[in-house]
Design a protein around this ligand. Structure first.
Ligand code: PMT
Length: 402
């Protein structure tokens, strides 16, 4: 999952260097948002940052069409914050808790790790106030990316130059890498059976009944579970999204609902958790023609259909003590109510309800807005990337299993 870094650019000649920082971090797969103070925007235009980050740049405004309360949304969104170049002024505000513009307010509101790269005139940096402010921030856990010696824009030689782009990028990236490698493997020892993608129900060798599931939701679950130490059996309908390779991943490609049921039944026994993210066709043609049906020759005005078995409900009937069953519900109306009924009727421990067929597409999209429903209650989630939603679902499973 891409890590979110919020870069706060304050007024200094070195602000332009932050374009290079954005470019390098984005190549390392960070999602970047930028807040600029009014003074910073006099040194470098926000259009440069918007082009590099593909995100709106916030310049000191408190009202935005995208966010109701921008300082809180941005503060919560950030996994880490980099303040660079950091002026003596922003450092003093951070130390004192002054919140009189967007940048300082976000810094007061965030609980994410904060990195500060000071850049200023040598005397301002050496001034006891600045030195004391920096020391207090360090004591509070803020990480200072030290300024460098050199020729300063103000004409002086001495300490106060913004750290190099490479130093800033490697400091935040090393921190993130260490954090990720220490991330808990909370699914270690667990095996998860996941169904994903559509099923294709053959009418003849070239035609089928199917749907628009891309498999992205199921794959996001598989990726999240693998990153947390699980073994995954992924029963995957016909999809075109790229499949990740992983030593703990077994991919079982299938085409129809009957194939999917067989694959699930063969791997269900060894699973601790089963998640049905696939969009399984409820119906299939009673017969599929061996040869392509011909207009004018074959009767194509009607196809008789039979019901497919309900895979997740079949597995839930066979489940043994300790196995945890999760379904998805794709509903167009009364989403949570219908999903709750499905959870009970199919004997599932949890159901993830998502609204389909509305203005926001779910099939094939990268984002989803869902509610997690268990017997203990309903948790409504905001719109998240499918990767983020997958982690929320796994968090909820762990919490409910114990
Ligand atoms: O693949 P994406 O493009 O990322 O889209 C994700 C998604 C919309 C497919 C996914 O989020 C989702 O909602 N999957 C379930 C879709 C669905 O078929 O929902 P349903 O309400 O019809 O079925 C309820 C549950 O029963 C599901 O867990 C389904 O997998 C299961 N089912 C349904 C019918 C059947 N014959 N067998 C089943 O196991």
């Amino acid at each position: 999952m891409a890590k979110h870094i919020l870069i706060i650019v304050t007024g200094g000649i070195a602000a332009y260097k932050m374009c290079d920082v954005c470019s390098k971090l984005s190549k390392l797969d960070y999602e970047i948002k930028v807040v600029m103070t009014k003074h910073a925007s006099e040194f470098v235009g926000k259009a440069s940052f918007e082009a590099l980050t593909h995100n709106k740049v916030h310049v000191d405004e408190f009202k935005s069409s995208e966010y109701d309360i921008p300082h809180i949304s941005l503060a919560d969104w950030a996994d880490m914050v980099l303040v660079a170049p950091a002026t003596a002024n922003i450092i003093a505000k951070m130390r004192s808790g002054i919140a009189d513009d967007l940048a300082s307010t976000v810094l007061l509101a965030t609980v994410a790790p904060v990195f500060v790269a000071p850049a200023m005139n040598v005397h301002m940096l050496e001034h006891p106030s600045t030195q004391e402010n920096i020391a207090v921030l360090q004591e509070r856990g803020v990480q200072i990316i030290d300024s460098e010696f050199g020729h300063l824009a103000c004409g002086y030689n001495g300490k106060g130059k913004l750290a190099s782009v490479e130093t800033m990028v490697s400091t935040v990236h090393d921190f993130q890498s260490k954090k990720s490698s220490l991330a808990t493997k909370d699914f270690d020892g667990l095996t998860i059976l996941i169904t994903a993608g559509p099923t294709y129900e053959k009418i003849d060798p070239v035609r089928f009944i199917g749907n628009r599931s891309s498999g992205k939701m199921g794959l996001a679950l598989a990726k999240a579970a693998l990153s947390r130490g699980a073994k995954v059996d992924l029963v995957l309908g016909p999809v075109s999204v790229p499949i990740i390779g992983h030593e703990n991943l077994r991919v079982l490609p299938v085409e129809s609902a009957l194939d999917m049921l067989q694959a699930c039944l063969s791997h269900f026994e060894r699973s601790d958790i089963c998640i049905g993210a696939a969009a399984v066709s409820d119906l299939r043609p009673a017969e599929s023609a061996q040869q392509k049906l011909k207009k004018g020759k074959d009767d194509m005005s009607s196809i008789s259909l039979v019901e497919n078995p309900d895979i997740i409900a079949t597995l839930a009937r066979e489940k043994h003590e300790g196995q945890y069953m999760v379904g998805f519900a794709a509903e167009t109306e009364h989403v949570e109510e219908y999903a709750q009924k499905k959870r009970v009727n199919k004997s599932l421990d949890m159901i993830v309800a998502n609204k389909v067929g509305g203005t926001k597409e779910v099939f094939g999209a990268d984002n989803n807005t869902a509610s997690i429903i268990t017997k203990s209650g309903t948790t409504q989630l905001p719109e998240l990337s499918k990767d983020e939603l997958a982690h929320k679902i796994l968090d909820a499973i762990l919490q409910e299993r114990c």
